[in-house]
Design a protein around this ligand. Structure first.
Ligand code: C2E
Ligand code: MG
Ligand code: MG
Ligand code: MG
Length: 277
């Protein structure tokens, strides 16, 4: 009897895996079609200086608007884009859009506003990645430091030296580099020192509990580490005033979170800038 139920369990499990695989393949097919049909949008979440309250930049975040008007979260479709290789073309599109946005902000005299773009591992591992970024800044004739690439620690998982070399080249061209979600991934403090970083991003997970007594030690330590390394420190996921107060007291430089603004389409971001700067 035990054998039988084991077998049944296995059959059920196998069916579930096949369903999941089919579902994934369906999503990838839809993503490919919708990307070709211009259904991906790049939204912008403002980043502010804690000292001045002014908008100093924005993080570009992908949105997938399906034909029925629903949004699918990037947390859901980025892994599929990575798995299928679609992330290469989508990533090129994102860089291009971000450069267009930087140019348009420059033309409207928002000279201090930079745009951060998330870059995932397969994009980075591509042979001509560095050149493609440099080419984009030339083609759009933008100041390269206004384009910031957000990488995560996981990018260092294999061939860390290749990654360090690529970042050094990008940095030489003036492109800015931020370390995203710091402390949540594969930690490599020894490589951290070699990375030509401009900013350290404190992950939302550590900001969440920051206003609770005794629960701020990781955020505080990351802020301190960033300062010691002469980096700008930006905290993400600020949702209330208490969190802001704590970050101010810790001398965190910059903030991003729903407390200030959610990610928004490009035209709304422009309106937000006009109102706040
Ligand atoms: P991330 O780079 O860590 O981006 C920050 C995420 O936190 C965004 O989620 C943002 O909407 C969310 N967030 C910001 N402030 C708050 C807050 O106060 N409260 C809460 N609850 N959430 C907040 P989003 O837009 O869903 O993006 C999820 C992830 O998808 C990003 O995490 C990033 O890893 C990835 N992603 C998004 N766009 C791109 C892209 O263009 N390329 C790549 N490779 N990855 C992307
Ligand atoms: Mg990010
Ligand atoms: Mg992040
Ligand atoms: Mg994150």
């Amino acid at each position: 009897l035990a054998k039988k139920s084991n077998k049944e369990h296995f059959v059920y499990y196998k069916q579930e895996m096949e369903d999941k695989t089919l579902w994934r393949l369906g999503m990838i097919r839809q993503l490919r079609t919708d990307f070709a049909d211009n259904r991906l949008e790049l939204w912008y979440q403002p980043q502010l200086s804690l000292a001045t309250g002014k908008v100093i930049g924005a993080e570009a975040l992908l949105r997938w608007r399906t034909a029925d008007g629903n949004f699918i979260s990037p947390a859901e479709f980025i892994p599929l884009a990575e798995y299928s290789g679609l992330i290469i073309d989508i990533g090129d599109w994102v860089i291009n859009q971000a450069c267009l946005q930087i140019k348009s902000l420059e033309e409207q005299s928002f000279d201090q506003v930079s745009i951060s773009v998330n870059v995932s591992i397969p994009q980075f591992k591509r042979a001509n990645f560095v050149d493609s970024i440099i080419d984009a800044t030339h083609k759009h004739d933008i100041h390269p430091h206004k384009l910031e690439l957000e990488i995560t620690e996981n990018i260092l998982m294999d061939e860390p030296q290749v990654v360090v070399d690529a970042l050094v080249r990008l940095k030489k061209e003036g492109i800015s580099i931020a370390l995203d979600d710091f402390g949540t991934g594969y930690s490599s403090l020894s490589y951290l020192q070699q990375l030509p970083l401009d900013r350290l991003k404190v992950d939302r997970a550590f900001v969440n509990t920051i206003a609770t007594p005794g629960q701020s030690i990781i955020a505080d330590t990351i802020i301190n580490l960033g300062k010691q390394m002469n980096l700008k420190v930006i905290a993400e996921g600020i949702e209330n005033k208490d969190q802001e107060e704590h970050l101010k007291a810790q001398m965190c430089d910059e903030v991003q979170g729903f407390f200030y603004a959610k990610p928004m389409p490009a035209d709304e971001f422009l309106a937000f800038l006009k109102q706040n700067n």
